[in-house]
Write a protein that binds this ligand. Structure first.
Ligand SMILES: NC(=O)c1ccc[n+]([C@@H]2O[C@H](COP(=O)([O-])OP(=O)(O)OC[C@H]3O[C@@H](n4cnc5c(N)ncnc54)[C@H](O)[C@@H]3O)[C@@H](O)[C@H]2O)c1
Length: 355
């Protein structure tokens, strides 16, 4: 019987309605002997009563700070700024290993408290393949928003919705002009999502992945009306779009949706803009000669909180059930220690179960 005590925390970011564990999977955890505490949260897409009904304990929002030390705290996005010393093991997306703003501060908080970050982005199998990710829904939404913008039907501000409602808006209407679309990174998780959304909208996109961009045919790229970029770049490659392409009078391309959102990174394949767009103002015009609109939203799956949480939770559940023995968590812990030490931060040597 596992002794794992898992604590599902409230997300401080007010627009974040997703959760890494949905009530039906909470039931499976409890049935398998996990002690599960779930914090109340005003915005989580699943009400607290659904967790309580499957045997979870309920705690106030933010009360993880005083949870017993051996509790594993589970969330998705950033922690609040306090406490300064983090004593627990935390599972979430830390964004702390690529020199991001605030990365070293976060690792120092773990170092100071003796806790550990088990970063969901690096929860991988022995071949380095991600075990739980939101990519499919990112691509689905990236393509859906591009379709709506291109058809003149994108309504701002964007608000979280359901797939059913979104799909209704994607149906082609009388008078809609046909257009061509290109998905790059089409074989990945988000690329697959983008293809499914296009299909719902009645569009058959051109699909490119690594082989098709090896000798990039930029003129061919520019003959598409809509581009959805879904690549996961790991080494620098020639950009898909450059500043001069914006002024190219022969360009057909009118709408770009950048799911990847590597803005500011040396790996950015779309270095033609300098900041992401937001739910309040999702589209920015990059050029008016001829027009080119950009959508670059870096929290797309949050727009479909129920569907994206349900898929993510289903992928995470088997890993949580193997928390004490699972090699994937051991790899997360090793990486946390390596990255902390690279910054000169002292970290403990405890086993996964007793950090
Ligand atoms: N905007 C958002 O809200 C959001 C959410 C989740 C993920 N993402 C980002 O989306 C990107 C893709 O994530 P994923 O989960 O789909 O990754 P993935 O690894 O499943 O797929 C990436 C695909 O890109 C392809 N690729 C890599 N380099 C390429 C190149 N130069 N040319 C053509 N194809 C190339 C790969 O072969 C692969 O098929 C990541 O950068 C991820 O951080 C964004």
């Amino acid at each position: 019987m596992t002794e794992l005590h898992l604590w599902l925390r409230h997300e401080p970011r007010t627009t974040e309605r997703r959760t890494p564990v949905v009530p039906s999977d909470a039931r499976r955890l409890v049935e398998n002997g996990v002690t599960l505490t779930v914090e109340e949260s005003p915005q989580r897409i699943f009400p607290i009563e659904e967790y309580e009904a499957v045997g979870a304990r309920v705690a106030p929002a933010g009360s993880w700070v005083s949870a017993p030390r051996n509790t594993v705290i589970l969330g998705l996005k950033e922690l609040p700024d306090e406490p300064k010393e983090l004593t627990h093991r935390h599972i979430f997306f830390g964004h702390a290993y690529k020199g991001q703003p605030g990365a070293s501060d976060l690792l120092r908080r773990f170092g100071a408290g003796g806790g550990a970050l088990l970063d969901l982005e690096y929860l991988v199998d022995e071949n380095g393949r991600r075990l739980a990710a939101f990519g499919f829904w990112a691509g689905y939404l990236g393509a859906a928003l591009a379709v709506l913008q291109h058809r003149g039907r994108l309504v701002a501000p964007l608000t979280p919705t359901s797939k059913e409602e979104l799909d209704k808006t994607l149906q082609p209407a009388a008078g809609d002009e046909e257009f061509s679309a290109l998905v790059i990174g089409a074989l990945g998780r988000s690329g697959r999502g983008a293809r499914v959304a296009f299909s719902t909208a009645g569009i058959e996109p051109t699909c490119w992945d690594l082989p098709e961009t090896q000798n990039l045919d930029r003129p061919a790229l520019l003959t598409h009306d809509v581009l959805v970029n879904c690549v996961l770049a790991t080494t620098p490659v020639p950009p898909f779009l450059r500043e001069p392409d914006l002024d190219d009078p022969t360009r057909r391309l009118r709408t770009v949706s950048d799911v990847t959102c590597d803005v500011g990174s040396p790996l950015n394949v779309l270095p033609v803009y300098d900041r992401t767009t937001e739910w309040d103002d999702p589209v920015r015009q990059l050029s008016d000669r001829p027009p080119l609109d950009l959508i670059a939203i870096d929290n797309l799956p949050s727009l479909l909180p129920r569907e994206s949480s349900t898929d993510f939770s289903a992928a995470l559940l088997p890993q949580l059930l193997e928390f004490e023995t699972g090699g994937a968590w051991g790899r997360c812990l090793d990486l946390f220690r390596t990255k902390s030490r690279e910054l000169g931060i002292a970290v403990g040597e405890g086993e996964l179960g007793h950090v």
